[in-house]
Design a protein around this ligand. Structure first.
Ligand code: GLY
Length: 286
């Protein structure tokens, strides 16, 4: 049995279907999650991650991605990368072809080019127009409030082996160089085959402060179900981090035996689940 999870309704569906297609045609879990996130990144119509997602305050798109294997904690991430997609494939290269955990910014872009990635224009006319509208808006902050599904995070499980991966364009119109939780192990993703895996999406600053994914996995290690573990993380955030309810902060988790849970500080959260080619979307409400 293979179980794959993917966040948010629209980009999550693109990602999970591509991931299952890869898995169903013989790909491993790492291949499947990479294929899923790459498909969502390369779809210019999804204004969420990768190509055609919302840029930073200066109109430049900076992308983050990460991937982690639960068997041995092998992991790789990139952050603040410009003009390269899919960045999840670059994160995989860091994981498999370097002794490092993360490569950042311009050096990550140069590493990508050395590895054969073609630099390209990652902005579309649509997102340039949205950035111009934001720049002219007297109430800029409101735009932030309406956009939170700019991250796709995936978990995969097969025969007790787990992989976690994430790709994001970060907060829309963020300060240049800002990096959130998604490429940070323990914050945006975490996987440990002894226990389970967890991922996050939403306000990257608060999720990082909470070390949300690691905390959920450690709660499962103490014996909590994934649902209770996620609820405990969210309760802790609400109690200790007042800003965690300004924008949604979501944590979701899967135990090594395939049980699933999720919780959010605010609003609602859609999670796609694929079990051996059977697809279902579940909604979790705060
Ligand atoms: N969760 C994505 C970010 O805040 O960058």
């Amino acid at each position: 049995m293979t179980t794959i999870l993917s966040t948010w309704k629209e980009p999550g569906e693109v990602a999970i279907r591509a991931a299952w297609k890869k898995r169903d045609t013989g790909g491993g879990l790492v291949d499947a999650l990479e294929a899923g996130l790459a498909a969502a990144e390369l779809d210019p119509n999804l204004i969420m991650i990768g190509l055609g997602s919302l840029p930073n305050a200066e109109g430049d798109l900076e992308l983050d991605a990460s991937i982690m294997r639960g068997s041995d904690y092998l992991c790789g991430a990139v952050c603040a990368v410009r003009n390269i997609v899919p960045v999840i494939s670059l994160a995989r290269k860091v994981m498999e072809d370097t002794p490092h955990v993360m490569i950042a910014g311009e050096q990550a872009r140069r590493y990508a080019i050395e590895q054969g990635f073609e630099p390209r224009q990652t902005l579309t006319g649509e997102v340039i127009a949205r950035w111009e509208e934001w720049r002219e808006s007297p109430e800029r902050i409101k735009v932030y409030e309406h956009t939170h599904s700019d991250t796709v995070t995936m978990l995969g499980l097969s025969e007790g082996k787990m992989v976690a991966a994430s790709s994001t364009s970060g907060l829309p119109f963020k300060q240049p160089g800002r990096v959130g939780d998604s490429p940070i192990f323990g914050a945006g993703i975490y996987a440990d085959d002894e226990v389970g895996s967890a991922g996050a999406t939403g306000n990257g600053e608060e999720l990082w402060k909470a070390v949300a994914s690691f905390r959920a996995v450690e709660f499962m290690r103490q014996g909590m179900s994934p649902q209770v573990a996620c609820e405990r993380v969210i309760e802790h955030m609400i109690r200790r981090q007042p800003r965690a309810q300004e924008l949604p902060c979501v944590v979701f988790a899967m135990s090594r035996d395939g049980e699933i849970g999720a919780a959010t500080t605010k609003d609602q959260f859609d999670l796609w689940i694929c079990q051996d080619g059977e697809f279902e979307m579940k909604t979790f409400v705060a």
